[in-house]
Write a new protein. Structure first.
Length: 423
């Protein structure tokens, strides 16, 4: 399989006499980190698209890879267009100014399992979404909207930032015009308009732009702390599983509208503490209102967009949200019959947690669950996860399940997270 690295960035905000691709992270340039990552993932056929000061990049790389130098600035898509006649199968495309560490074979395999994908984009929640290009996806991981910078700060959004790493079918060349153009701003809107399938691969792995001195400093700090390689999905991660209603936000009877979602004031700080600890923040929630016909999955998406926007405004992010739309009891007016089933994912069953473990490589023995009900506590017990209850929401007074032992009870999510981080 082929990989293509777009390495035409100028890097003028970093070093005026050096292209971005040669800026060092630790002991070696960012592009060398990328090439090593690709080769470790089994990709040896690598083409580098050169632009500003491309001769420096070519001289550094020597004969490691095949280089193509643009004669004039073409943008990311325009530079890629140069390879149209050479590429006949799906390929990996990445930006040469992003520091990254991800499980390459896992992403490629995920893309190959999708139905007729024209493109699969790696996306991830981040703590600065307002200056990032974002996507909106449905429950099938299909990208339904693109939100390029600048953003309307009055609107809510899914915190899914484009990581500038993607798989393309050769069909993508049909959507790239001649001349200077950009993948995100000029090509993707055409693909969406043509109703071709683009998928979003949401991962908590490490992807950071090094385009400013501040971000470059942070990436180097992360590198020397071992944080970058630690986040690769090949490695197990600790997680804090969170119930949503009564833990993240106020308990509202039959919550089905974004305008009724009210996040607790302490939630952003609590989630940010989880983020800073290196643990994953993962929501697992029953949403039977969908099966009952009182709410659609689109309504739920609007609620979660409000949540993610509110968190990101305070520098916090949820790594993943897993929800069960089912309900076992049938015979009610307006219900969605196909969702009225005895499923494997409705808490206290552990299907949602098992899915999170499979997708995020979570170490359950080192993880925690924070909830406000005996349903949550029973879920944690069934999954073998340590549990902390909170006094908000139901305050563990629902009496739905008998528990084997007394459990720790915190005043709220923030106190529970402090107990987890500093036991």
């Amino acid at each position: 399989m082929k990989a293509v690295i777009a390495a035409g960035g100028k890097g003028t905000r970093l070093k005026a006499n050096m292209p971005k691709a040669l800026v060092k992270i630790g002991e070696k340039p960012v592009i060398e980190h990328q090439i090593s990552l690709l080769k470790e993932g089994g990709i040896d056929d690598i083409t580098v698209l050169l632009g500003h000061m491309g001769d420096q990049v070519k001289d550094y790389l020597k004969s490691q890879v095949y280089c193509v130098q643009e004669k004039e600035p073409l943008g990311t898509a325009g530079a890629l267009k140069q390879l149209e006649k050479e590429i006949k199968e799906d390929f990996l495309f990445l930006s040469g100014d992003i520091m990254m560490d991800f499980d390459v074979p896992r992403f490629v395999g995920w893309h190959n399992q999708k139905r007729n994908p024209l493109a699969s984009l790696i996306v991830h929640p981040n703590d600065h979404p307002l200056d990032s290009d974002l996507v909106e996806k449905n429950s099938m991981d299909e990208i339904i909207r693109l939100h390029t910078r600048p953003h309307d700060v009055s609107k809510n959004f899914q915190n899914l930032s484009i990581a500038s790493v993607m798989m393309f079918s050769p069909e993508i060349f049909g959507y790239i015009p001649q001349g200077k153009c950009d993948v995100e701003k000029d090509v993707f809107p055409k693909v969406i308009q043509a109703e071709k399938r683009m998928y979003a691969y949401n991962t908590p792995e490490y992807f950071k732009d090094i385009g400013t001195p501040e971000r470059l400093k942070k990436v180097n700090e992360d590198y020397f702390l071992g944080k970058i390689s630690k986040f690769n999905l090949k490695n197990k991660r600790k997680a804090v599983f969170l119930d949503r209603d009564g833990v993240i936000n106020e308990e509202v009877d039959q919550l089905s509208r974004a305008e009724d979602f009210k996040m607790y004031d302490f939630t952003p700080e609590a989630v940010r503490m989880i983020n800073d600890s290196g643990m994953l923040a993962v929501i697992v929630t029953n949403q039977a209102m969908i099966a009952k016909g009182f709410m659609t999955e689109s309504d739920l998406s609007e609620i979660h967009k409000k949540m993610e926007t509110g968190l990101s405004a305070k520098g916090a992010k949820i790594d993943a949200v897993y929800y069960c739309p089912h309900h076992p009891e049938k015979g009610f007016k307006g219900e969605i019959e196909e969702l009225k089933i005895d499923c494997f994912c409705r808490k206290p069953k552990i299907g949602l947690i098992e899915k999170a473990v499979s997708e995020l490589n979570i170490d359950l023995k080192e993880s925690f669950f924070v909830g406000d009900s005996t349903i949550d506590a029973k879920t944690a017990e069934n999954a073998g996860v340590r549990f902390i209850g909170v006094k908000t929401g139901y305050g563990m007074k629902d009496q739905k399940h008998l528990l084997k032992r007394d459990l720790p009870l915190a005043n709220n999510l923030l106190e529970a997270v402090k107990w987890i981080i500093n036991p």
